[in-house]
Design a protein around this ligand. Structure first.
Ligand SMILES: [Cu+2]
Length: 121
């Protein structure tokens, strides 16, 4: 360095790139927990959120009823009507998806509430 604190254009760019790279590298570990919490489906305002969730085989999905008073269920009609218990506000239900495929579901008491779990390899 020339010690004067004056950085030429290309040098400044290089430094900026280095800083950005370092920032990205530092943020990378944060991405993993975010992916994990991505296996949660919130039930709120009469909707499943997210309505479509893509996960890897072997992932456990947890549904959480975040309503104030409404109860719901998670019903897989195409799988012998596999259904959770009624979930009251604050309650959860879990299901692990071992095989790749599309798993559409709806809410038992509210047929218009629909969701889909897409399981990939
Ligand atoms: Cu419902």
């Amino acid at each position: 360095m020339n010690g004067g604190g004056c950085v030429s254009g290309p040098e400044r760019l290089r430094r900026t790139a280095a800083v950005l790279f370092a920032a990205c590298a530092a943020m990378a570990p944060l991405a993993a927990p975010a992916a994990d919490s991505g296996s949660e489906v919130a039930i709120k305002s009469m909707r499943f959120d997210p309505p479509v969730l893509r996960i890897k085989a072997g992932t456990e999905v947890i549904w959480v009823n975040r309503e104030k008073r409404t109860n719901h269920s998670v019903l897989f009609e195409q799988e012998n009507e596999l259904e959770s218990d009624r979930l009251f506000p604050g309650e959860t239900w879990r299901r692990t998806f071992e095989r790749p495929g599309s798993y559409p579901y709806r809410c038992g008491p509210h047929p218009d509430m629909r969701g889909l779990i897409e399981v990939i390899e």
